[in-house]
Design a protein around this ligand. Structure first.
Ligand code: AMP
Ligand code: MG
Length: 404
């Protein structure tokens, strides 16, 4: 069969040009919006903090009253009121007066600073202050953290833990999010059994289903599982047809290379799917095949879990992100230096799970051979090793950040 692999970039382009950003959206309670993609840009509705307040427990006073104060001649001020967090001061402080304030309590009009309890004699009716303070010392201004109208979350951004806290501080209780696209996942292979069955000779547990399901969830999409299919082109075609009815995008694993039972290209032909590409110039997972049918993409990945994981991240990742409404589709690339040499010259471009820290990337940190799923344990990036000469420690490479 004719096989003319394309570059990864070209495959991603072919995929993305067939996906349009959906405008389907819904409202999610704030906590459920975590990890989802914002459908609307949200701005600060109010200043944070909403009023001038005390950053310490102490006495709010006029700094001009303390001119010349010292240890030997402290200034005594009359304590006229006490404010707790949640109180509202009614009247302004007169010269020579001060108010006891707790952290977070409003600073009464007229006061220009706050002195900490522990820096005074903490007197009841009168308090002695043994030094002077600057104007607005220990003083939290209205709006000093966030000004009303400031952008907090942009359409297309993944909603993170800081967003949740900041939006809650603004009184938001929900957020508009893109509706999750449905991503079909189909494991093919007659050797596969599910985890609740005893392991029989020659069989293996299906890990791709869950591994890819988890990745799909992480991208803000909803996994839909097809019934695992044996290596039988008719059965695979039927299962795919079912998934196409409900799903926006489909990922299959197994049966893409050139073994006797590698039926996915044949399944594509049976279904009369357009073949977007067959093979990508990369390792592992180079046999990946892209099909297009009924305005939907079917991405057929190798069954090898390590290869399926990498090729999912590199290819399905950008496609699903676009489908899910994410503004950033591609991966962020970071230039870094290799921690250890990559001594074998590379016939093809390689993508390996790796650990990036302080500008240095290490591929052997997990102690597991590359290409195995276990090599992704503890990784935080995929390193892009170009085809060609062996690389030495310290050589510059690029790492791709794969988390949303
Ligand atoms: P294939 O791509 O079908 O040639 O499979 C490559 C290797 O991956 C074989 O060793 C398969 O047994 C294994 N494999 C295929 N599908 C899965 C799966 N869903 N979970 C775990 N291993 C798999
Ligand atoms: Mg197989």
């Amino acid at each position: 069969m004719k096989h003319s692999p394309v570059s990864l970039e070209s495959a991603v382009e072919r995929l993305l040009e067939r996906i349009s950003v959906p405008e389907r959206h819904e409202t999610a309670p704030l906590l459920d919006a975590l990890g989802r993609i914002a459908f609307k840009t949200l701005e600060a509705l109010i200043d944070t903090p909403p009023f001038d307040n005390a950053p310490v427990d102490g006495f709010a006073l006029r700094h001009t009253d303390l001119t010349g104060a010292s240890k030997d001649s402290p200034v005594a001020l009359r304590v006229v009121e006490t404010f707790y967090a949640g109180d509202t001061p009614a009247k302004a402080l007169e010269p020579g007066q001060c108010a006891r304030v707790m952290t977070g309590a409003p600073i009464p009009p007229g006061a220009t600073c706050v002195v900490r309890y522990e820096d005074t004699d903490n007197g009841k009716d009168y308090v002695k202050v043994p030094f002077s303070l600057k104007e607005y010392q220990n003083y939290r201004f209205q709006g000093e953290e966030l000004r009303k109208g400031r952008k907090l979350l942009e359409k297309g951004e993944y909603i993170t833990v800081p967003h949740i806290g900041i939006l809650a501080g603004q009184g938001y209780t929900e957020a508009a999010v893109f509706t999750r696209p449905k991503v079909g996942i189909l494991s093919t292979g007659s050797e596969l059994i599910s985890g609740n069955q005893p392991l029989r000779p020659g069989k293996i547990y299906d890990s791709n289903r869950y591994m890819l399901g988890a990745k799909v969830k992480r991208l803000g999409a909803e996994p839909v599982f097809g019934a695992n299919a044996a290596d039988d082109p008719k059965v695979i075609a039927e299962t795919l047809t079912e998934l196409l009815e409900t799903c926006d995008f489909i990922v299959t694993t197994g049966g893409v290379s050139v073994g006797d039972q590698d039926y996915m290209p044949l399944v594509g032909d049976l279904l009369k799917a357009e073949r977007m590409f067959r093979g990508i110039r990369m390792k592992p997972g180079g046999w990946v095949t892209g099909l297009y049918l009924a305005s939907k993409i079917i991405l057929c990945l190798s069954g090898n879990p390590g290869a399926a994981a990498v090729s999912f991240d590199l290819l399905a990742g950008p496609g699903i992100r676009r489908l899910a409404g994410a503004a950033l589709e591609g991966h962020r690339r970071i230039r870094c230096s290799l921690e250890e040499p990559f001594s074998k010259p590379n016939k093809s471009r390689r993508f390996l799970y790796a650990y990036l820290e302080a500008g240095k990337v290490s591929v052997s940190s997990t102690g597991v051979g590359s290409g195995h799923l276990a090599s992704s344990l503890g990784s935080n990036c995929i390193v892009d090793i170009p085809a060609g000469a062996a690389l030495s420690a310290g050589d510059t490479v690029e790492a791709l950040l794969i988390e949303p």
